[in-house]
Design a protein around this ligand. Structure first.
Ligand code: PMP
Length: 456
């Protein structure tokens, strides 16, 4: 490895890292990742890590060092790098066709460059439909406690993680929270918990007035808010409620999209039919910036009226016209198909879950293990009986000890007061059995170091 001291000095002098407190960097160095291959990355000191969070934020689904994606992007860029998406491009057209073929009932793709942006587009479409078709009614947007949809003021207005939104208000009006559905942290004593949690959404709709509510925005599996898979019965009831009150259903697949859960999309495990699906991270696995807002022909049709200058969607994303994104996305999708990565995700996800459950039987600090495919969470508790959450400081130490063992794992977003106690695992979809066992062995060691021997 080259001597990267000047790079580290430049970073420390000039880079403002995302989501980081910088005080510790006065006496330590940031982690600078300089190389990646498969499921592994190397830092500036030459240390090799197995990346169990796919680029830190569950993004690099097909793994690192994919020369075929780099080649596809290069070929496209030298041919035609950019033109505003008011026109069109070859890869944008082809990818829109390929991706909607995986999503029965959905047919229209609006391109952007980040998950936040893709979600903002939905909110703006709903507001425009409200203004034009409901006389200003049906403008409210419901979001769920613990869910996250982005970092802009609009998406933070729809943030179910209080510490993320704190300090950034005032926000746009008309965003209303519905309760979370994590059964391990049950809010109702009901054996039919999924149905009960969905009933809580209906209660909010009736309180607000169904004529005021236009959209329900949900993560299929809540990511940074604790890796929450809604309980059985939840989604059927959600769909029924949306239909009954004529509320559009928006599934935020920014994390789950493109295979993370073992299906193309998280919502496809649950047999539901959304009106909007947004996606970003796994679409091009981080090889280029790309995000999609996908919707139905019925929604699209509402924006057609040549006679009215205000009818069309008055929105643009400058870099939504970059061709690198869809070029990378086409190749990314080809890899997922050719290498059977959905199947691998299901098989390796099952192994990861079994390994984690075995750890749970030996470490009392593990309160709950949950997830879908290669997207799993391990909730740590100070006391299994009371389910009192483990201290955030100790959970962060487990993450650090795993890194010392050569495995990068994550934890909940540090944005739920007192509840940042879940380890997050989302390795690239290419992982092998050996990788899975390496991840769980590192967690085993880390838990023993931080909380005492196994069984502590
Ligand atoms: N939705 C979800 C579910 C997310 O997890 C994230 C990012 N972590 C976003 C939206 C926002 O995506 P971006 O950071 O690309 O704006």
């Amino acid at each position: 490895m080259n001597d990267l001291a000047p790079v580290i000095a430049a970073d420390k002098a000039h880079v403002w890292h995302h989501m980081m407190q910088h005080k510790p960097f006065e006496t330590s160095d940031p982690r600078i990742i300089v190389e990646g291959k498969g499921a592994h990355v190397w830092d500036a000191a030459g240390r090799r890590f197995l990346d169990a969070v796919s680029g830190g934020v569950w993004t690099v689904n097909v793994g690192y060092g994919r020369t075929s994606i780099a080649d596809a992007v290069r070929d496209q860029l030298v041919r035609m790098n950019y033109f505003a998406q008011a026109a069109g491009s070859i890869p944008a057209a082809l990818f829109a066709e390929r991706i909607t073929a995986k999503m029965p009932g959905l047919s229209r793709v609006y391109y952007g460059t980040s998950g936040s942006e893709a979600n903002e587009k939905v909110f703006k479409m709903v507001r425009q439909i409200s203004a034009r078709h409901h006389g200003g009614g049906k403008s409210k947007i419901l979001y769920r406690e613990r869910d996250y949809h982005g970092t802009t003021l609009g998406t933070l207005a729809a943030c179910g993680q209080p510490e993320r939104a704190a300090q950034y208000g005032p926000f746009p009006d008309g965003f209303v929270e519905v309760p979370h559905c994590l059964e391990y942290r049950a809010q109702w004593d009901d054996p039919d918990y999924g149905r009960r949690a969905a009933d809580a959404i209906e209660e909010v709709i009736l309180r607000e007035g169904p004529e005021t509510v236009g959209l329900l925005c949900l993560e299929p599996v809540t990511a940074g808010g604790g890796v929450i898979v809604p309980p059985a019965g939840y989604w059927d009831r959600v769909q029924e409620i949306c239909r009954r009150y004529d509320i559009l259903l928006h599934i935020d697949e920014v994390v789950c999209g493109l295979g993370r859960t073992g299906e193309w999309f998280g919502y496809q495990h649950f047999g539901i039919q959304p009106d909007f699906v947004t996606m970003a991270k796994g679409v091009a696995s981080g090889y280029a910036a790309i995000a999609l807002t996908v919707t139905t022909e019925a929604v699209f049709e509402r924006f057609k009226d040549e006679a009215d200058p205000l009818a069309h969607f008055r929105d643009i994303s400058t870099f939504g016209g970059c061709t690198a994104g869809p070029a990378a996305a086409l190749e990314n999708m080809r890899i997922i198909e050719e290498e059977n990565l959905l199947e691998n995700t299901r098989a390796m996800g099952a192994r990861l879950m079994a390994n984690l459950r075995a750890l749970q039987s030996r470490h009392a600090v593990i309160g709950d293990v949950r997830g879908l495919g290669l997207f799993q969470g391990v909730e740590l508790v100070a006391d299994r009986a009371t389910r009192h959450p483990a201290e955030e400081r100790l959970v962060a130490r487990v993450v650090a000890e795993c890194a010392a063992e050569g495995v990068i794992i994550g934890m909940t977003n540090r944005s739920l007061p007192g509840m940042n106690n879940t380890l997050c695992l989302s390795p690239p979809l290419i992982v092998t059995e050996e990788d899975i066992d390496t991840i769980t062995a590192a967690i085993d060691t880390a838990l023993s170091r931080v909380f005492g021997g196994a069984g502590a």
